[in-house]
Design a protein. Structure first.
Length: 127
């Protein structure tokens, strides 16, 4: 299983993480997210779930999103929290890991996603 999330400093006191993943039924995944947040102890996490799209104002992140899409990923979770970039990436990774262990995925089914977080003016990938 390979999971990842992209982080971006919003400049407004909070951090933003972008998680890219491949999944068949967006409605099913999106409907399960609130329960997954409760299970992992993050019921207050602010997030949105959408098709992958360009990230306004960040050309490098847009390029990473396009690359994720070219690799077959089709959805993006954008999460905002008050932690630092690395901690928000960890929260998105926790969501992805729990989603993989939920009824959303059959046992042994592949999970495809990405995690990177911003350090200074660069994105660092997380294994």
């Amino acid at each position: 299983m390979y999971i990842s999330a992209m982080n971006y400093d919003t400049g407004m006191g909070g951090k933003k993480a972008y998680g890219f993943l491949k999944y068949g039924d967006s409605g099913k995944f999106e409907n399960e997210l609130p329960e997954i947040c409760k299970v992992v102890g993050m019921p207050e996490l602010n997030y949105s779930f959408n098709d992958i799209s360009p990230i306004e104002g960040d050309e490098e992140l847009t390029d990473l999103a396009k690359n994720a899409e070219q690799c077959g990923m089709n959805y993006m979770i954008t999460a905002t929290d008050s932690g630092n970039n690395k901690s928000v990436a960890g929260e998105v990774a926790t969501l992805f890991n729990q989603a993989y262990q939920s009824p959303l995925y059959d046992s042994g089914a592949p999970f495809e996603g990405e995690i990177v977080y911003r350090i200074g003016n660069k994105y660092a990938f997380v294994d």
